[in-house]
Design a protein around this ligand. Structure first.
Ligand SMILES: CC(=O)[C@@H](O)[C@H](O)COP(=O)(O)O
Length: 254
């Protein structure tokens, strides 16, 4: 079970809701993923305008927890404002803090992310910050009281997968809150790898929304999360430099 704040979730796969061209495909992909937490950019949705079509209308909201994100924010103040806007709609008190510090890489601004997280924690939010894969920052965010840490595998939408497994491992080993690998996932292999490293969950969007068959890919991602987690719990064998015969070498007929 994935525990965030006081809530527990059976699924360890969090799904982004952007980039879909078809609402039916999106719904089918969400079903196939079995995700229970869906993230959306507050800035891309007019949650107060009932006339405006949005993806929330087509979802059975009793089945999901919504994780609004502050995408588009470049300062802590903007992120806090977006989070408060989402909470004012009455749909959630969790927030994914996303404060972008570089337009080209879309990597997060660590200082503004820290400031925004601190303020939102004071305001009583369940705070999940999107961060770079920096263990020092992750520990500072945990010390503040953040409820999960969301390090990037690689730049958002790049599909490059896990570029620095060592850094992710540092974060997994040196924090106690859930670590949810977020952004840059390209394939089910990347998901299984993150989970085998010991991540508590994975958040992805582009790899499913832009797949040739998003529904099939969502299903594959679900299976990869489960397989990777099982593999982590089962404990992989040690890597050895030389071969070790699989068949017994004693008691052989000569
Ligand atoms: C931080 C962020 O915005 C990501 O959650 C993004 O929504 C998903 O990244 P990918 O599209 O690379 O999976």
């Amino acid at each position: 079970m994935l525990k965030i704040g006081e809530k527990t979730f059976e699924s360890r796969l969090l799904l982004g809701t952007g980039k879909y061209t078809d609402a039916t495909v999106q719904q089918e992909a969400i079903d196939a993923s079995a995700s229970q937490i869906l993230t959306f950019a507050v800035r891309r949705l007019d949650i107060f305008d009932k006339q405006q079509a949005n993806f929330l209308e087509s979802l059975d909201l009793t089945k999901y927890d919504l994780l609004p994100n502050t995408a588009g924010a470049k300062t802590a103040e903007e992120a806090v404002r977006l989070a408060k806007l989402a909470r004012a709609s009455g749909m959630c008190d969790m927030v994914k803090v996303e404060v972008i510090g570089c337009d080209k890489t879309l990597l997060p601004d660590p200082i503004e992310t820290l400031r925004a997280s601190e303020e939102l924690l004071k305001e009583g939010f369940i705070v999940l910050p999107y961060t770079s894969d920096d263990v020092v920052l992750a520990r500072r965010l945990e010390e503040l009281g953040c409820h999960a840490i969301m390090p990037a595998a690689s730049p958002i939408g790049s599909g490059q997968g896990i570029l620095n497994p060592l850094h992710l491992q540092f974060i997994i080993d040196q924090t106690t809150v859930p670590v949810i690998v977020d952004a840059g996932i390209g394939s089910p292999t990347d998901v299984a790898y993150a989970m085998e490293l010991g991540a508590d969950g994975v958040l992805l969007n582009s790899a499913v929304a832009h797949a040739k068959d998003p529904v099939k890919m969502a299903h594959a991602m679900r299976l990869s999360v489960e397989a990777g987690r099982l593999g982590h719990e089962a404990g992989r064998i040690e890597k050895k430099q030389y071969a070790v015969a699989s068949s017994p070498t004693s008691g052989l007929i000569r």
